[in-house]
Design a protein around this ligand. Sequence first.
Ligand code: COA
Length: 131
Amino acid sequence: METISAKYSQFVMPDHINVVGTLFGGQMIAWVDLAAAKVAHRFLKGSDVDGAVTRTIDKVEFKEPVYLGDWVNFLATIISVGSTSFTIQVDAYAEGRHSDSRLACVATLVMVAVKKDTDGNYNKIEHGKSN
Ligand SMILES: CC(C)(COP(=O)(O)OP(=O)(O)OC[C@H]1O[C@@H](n2cnc3c(N)ncnc32)[C@H](O)[C@@H]1OP(=O)(O)O)[C@@H](O)C(=O)NCCC(=O)NCCS
């Protein structure tokens, strides 16, 4: 299977910090979801779907704290493909001004391809992609 991946980066600003002075976990998960959305966009290019929605965010692990002023560099990779669904691994690396890149968070997500029907609802649809 051709490896399909996408990179995405975010800078940690004061608004992203929790009460113990590190990156708020919910913010990290939102960015993980966006990184997954980017690789989903790439994966679904050329198909007849209208987009994809997140069905599950699994196995989220916060391995290292992330600090104000760090860059967080995400690598999202398609790791398996179903009929309407596909699974994405996201690795988030924190990069400080004075520290090496470190693996800060990992997560696995399942996304499902959707198409809008005549009533305006989005329903699952086979994406027609294989691995
Ligand atoms: C995603 C959605 C369209 C799927 O519709 P559905 O009728 O519930 O679909 P199914 O239960 O048959 O699951 C669809 C696919 O997801 C997979 N799936 C469902 N639950 C899963 C789980 N817990 N873990 C892994 N895969 C799962 C199914 O195996 C199926 O995959 P396949 O077609 O590749 O075999 C619908 O559940 C939905 O709209 N959910 C809300 C999504 C949302 O709002 N996300 C947040 C904003 S993006």
